[in-house]
Write a protein that binds this ligand. Structure first.
Ligand code: ATP
Ligand code: MG
Length: 102
């Protein structure tokens, strides 16, 4: 809502999950504003936000990446283009690792 649909009155979020033997792939896609390549290249950096001073801390996606790759033992990728929305793809093992090194 904050990023994808800023300045828009409507939009669609799509959540889908697919089971692939020992993995599940979860996609979370919006058809909103999207991101240019400069923003896209930095979104997982801690404290990187395009909403500085307007409520953004820049920690949301950094924490998400750490949780997905660390605690859950999976991967997180994003594809986006300006004006064409964003798609986040999580690949998670059905069995999370029993211990993680932080
Ligand atoms: N669905 C999206 N559509 C367009 N841009 C996005 C989307 N999700 C994230 N972004 C961009 O990625 C940047 C980093 O996201 P992140 O969640 O880390 O920080 P934030 O949302 O700005 O602040 P916080 O989540 O800490 O409140 C955002 O500032 C925004 O520019
Ligand atoms: Mg956020």
């Amino acid at each position: 809502m904050t990023h994808a649909f800023r300045g828009r009155s409507a939009g669609t979020l799509t959540v889908a999950a697919t089971l692939q033997s020992d993995w599940v792939e979860i996609t979370f896609a919006d058809d909103g504003n999207g991101m240019d390549s400069t923003v896209l290249g930095r979104i997982f950096e801690p404290f990187y936000t395009t909403r500085f001073g307007q409520g953004g801390s820049g920690l949301g996606l950094s924490i998400s990446l750490n949780l997905v790759t660390g605690v859950l033992g999976g991967s997180l990728q994003v594809a986006s283009e300006p004006g064409r929305g964003s798609r986040f793809t999580l690949r998670l093992p059905l069995q999370a690792p029993s211990s993680v090194t932080v």
